[in-house]
Design a protein around this ligand. Structure first.
Ligand code: HEM
Length: 325
């Protein structure tokens, strides 16, 4: 059997998953380095890192008032928008949004005190259900046999293929894209509540045609948008109300919004700013985010999230220690 063929239906210990993913991802991104810059394994093309504010609303329902959402307060935010796989913005792709809030009060689970990260994708489900399947995909990517991972007749991943297909879209501007956490998080240290997040565009302006069509059209569209109007998003949480149909351990399942609608808890606003100059873009390359950079009230849940803590940290260390200043 070639690399990527191993059938992995059995649960692997987390430490083994982390070790193998870490080692393979390190090899993949080192191979992909260009001019001394080691890229991210996922969401490698930076569209921009922008400063914004994250304003928690006054009227958050009592059951959602935990951690960051406990009181009406405005947090400074840093937001990184990215393309999942493509360097050409005109192509279909999934997009990523990573958010770091500063001024978060309380001890963090990992990382630096005072910061809360949220890491989101532009599709409500992840293309794989489990970290074992994610590892299968990483093996296939390393062996340059991604299609085989999806269509291997001995161990097909047809649902993954479908989600990967559906999540790739043409977009005109990242400020008009909706994002989802796909994986679940605690809401409240001891409340027993489980939620997913979504970031929902709500600007007064929408891009209706490509701005400077071509490889960098999304960055151009972001600049054009901000010159006209601030970019705005709602930040919303969806409570897990039916554990059977809203599982923690299958990241490929979309939690039904008709059973439990997303409830808005905050508004993100991004004002006009210079973000596409060389220095700001280079600083953005050196940034890293981690779902575990988090207050205990928002603890990442499930095995998929568990492996991300060390795997992200390892990949980020490799990038930031190797990348040129
Ligand atoms: C086992 C599951 C996963 C693994 C192994 C994995 C791996 C990685 C790695 C290695 C990076 C680069 C980190 C860095 O260099 O700083 C990354 C970035 C990213 N991943 Fe994942 N990922 C997983 C699941 C997810 C999920 C569920 C989402 C959905 C929201 C996601 C969204 C992102 C985004 C948006 C970034 C870019 C972070 C940034 O802006 O720096 N990943 N992922």
């Amino acid at each position: 059997m070639a690399a990527g063929d191993a059938i992995m239906n059995a649960e692997m210990p987390i430490a083994e998953l982390v070790a193998e993913m870490g080692q393979r991802i390190a090899a993949i991104i080192s191979d992909e380095a260009e001019e001394g810059v080691v890229p991210r394994f996922n969401q490698a093309k930076t569209l921009g890192c922008l400063r914004g504010e994250f304003r928690v609303h006054q009227d958050v329902p009592a059951e959602l008032r935990h951690g960051i959402f406990a009181e009406a307060k405005t947090y400074p935010a840093m937001l990184r928008f990215a393309n999942a796989t493509s360097r050409d913005d005109a192509e279909k792709d999934a997009r990523g949004l990573s958010i770091r809030l500063s001024g978060a009060r309380g001890p963090v689970l990992w990382g630096e005190e005072g910061f809360q990260d949220f890491v989101l994708n532009s599709y409500p489900a992840l293309f794989v259900a489990t970290p074992e399947d994610f590892l299968g995909f990483i093996r296939a990517r390393q062996a340059d046999r991604k299609l085989w991972f999806f269509l291997n007749p001995f161990n097909p991943h047809l649902k993954s293929f479908w989600i990967a297909f559906k999540s790739r879209q043409k977009h005109l501007c990242p400020f008009d894209v909706r994002f989802w956490s796909t994986t679940p998080y605690k809401l409240g240290e001891d409340s027993g509540q489980v939620v997913k997040y979504s970031v929902i565009p709500c600007s007064d302006y929408q891009t209706t045609q490509a701005e400077n069509p071509g490889r960098d059209q999304l960055r151009a569209a972001m600049r054009a948008h901000l010159r006209r109007e601030p970019a705005k998003f709602h930040f919303a949480v969806q409570l897990q109300t039916e554990p059977a149909s809203m599982p923690i351990e299958d990241a490929s399942v979309i939690w039904d919004e008709t059973l439990s609608p997303f409830q808005i808890v905050a508004t993100i606003t991004i004002e006009d700013q210079d973000f596409a100059d060389e220095d700001t873009m280079a600083a953005c390359e050196r940034r890293s985010f981690n779902p575990w950079q988090s207050l205990a009230a928002h603890e990442p849940l499930g095995r998929m999230n568990l492996v991300r803590r060390e795997v992200y940290a390892h990949a980020a260390a490799l990038r930031t220690s190797n990348n040129r200043e």
